[in-house]
Write a protein that binds this ligand. Sequence first.
Ligand SMILES: Cc1cc2nc3c(=O)[nH]c(=O)nc-3n(C[C@H](O)[C@H](O)[C@H](O)COP(=O)(O)O)c2cc1C
Length: 391
Amino acid sequence: MVCYYTAGESHGPKLITILEGIPAGVQIQTDDIIQELAKRRLGVGRGDRQKFEKDVVRIVSGVIQGYTIGSPIAIEIENSEWHKWDKIMSPDPVNTNTFDNQAQPNMPESEKFDQLVRPRPGHADFEGILKYGFDTARNVLERASARETAARVAAGAIAKKFIEQVCKIRVDYEVLQFGTAKKQLTQSTEEFLNDCESVAQDAKKHGETIGGIVEVIAKNVPHGLGSYITAKTRLDAALSGAIMSIQAFKGVEIGDGFALANTYGTAAHDHIIYDQNGKVTRASNHAGGIEGGISNGMPVVVRAVVKPIPSIPGGLPSINIHTASQEKAHSQRSDISAVFPASVVASSMVAITLADFICKKFGQDSVEEIKSNFGAYQIRIQKFLKRGVDI
Ligand SMILES: Cc1cc2nc3c(=O)[nH]c(=O)nc-3n(C[C@H](O)[C@H](O)[C@H](O)COP(=O)(O)O)c2cc1C
């Protein structure tokens, strides 16, 4: 129903997102997308590339006069560095010799063709070369690169607006762990960021990269999104798949997740209680807002682990696929960590998934219709959610 496609290479002229299934009537402007993309560029451990490449965004279809019209929404994100890559990345043949380093004289040294025959462990480089029959990692890394996540964040910006406008859902996100720096309950954000900065400086000094844990919390998610009826209709399964589809994500948990392995059953579940106003609520949220694949009205909590960036300064042990010798992998200009930008990408994937499930439950034509269906549903379930309501 709500789905997105992305196209584009890391050093190509632009990234393209097509977001399909967003109903008519969502209020959205180009600036909303620019603001989301800006968040992806910030955070501890980001490097030079973020300073070079500014996101120039254009909505090409599906939005007129500040409102979606129900048709596919196409968004372009320009690559301002394209002039440095126009020959190598040209769709039409410019230079047929793969190993001619002069083909694009202003290309960074680390990107020269003969560097890319030493695949980086932890990236798609080697397996991509084998699978698609390429001579170097160029054609692999161009698409496998997480630059693609900018296109996802653009789609997520629209999904966030949609779910906020129909159900007041807010998708918050934060970094819980950055290498050895763990966010303490008593710590202010500033204190935690200072800890992260120290960890990043230390990693830089030692030529290291850093992974971590991110958390996404969606508030005001109504009861009833998703279902136990099939594997495909479960909200928890869809959220996990969406998160695991992001580059470098290696694990995901909903609610207390892995910690439930150490918890007795009496303490693992969320008692159903009436609060002092006679409204049904839960005494806790171990389930992370989802039971039996259905949202239960509590905040939806998704946590996930991001691996350390595999482009290590100096390169990890690898091979040269042309000389068949044991060498260090090529090392590209890279960040120290992807954890902070990854938290923004994770929130985008959660928003897109929730947008899809809202349309499945409440309809897909227009914001007005969805609001009306949502309102009628809220009234129908009231008698179960509040003592003494008679409908
Ligand atoms: C937002 C984001 C930014 C990333 N930036 C870099 C980077 O600058 N350098 C790098 O080597 N890997 C970076 N990565 C990680 C690679 O994309 C990832 O390691 C690669 O896709 C292979 O991991 P996978 O097999 O889990 O997809 C980034 C990942 C994300 C989510």
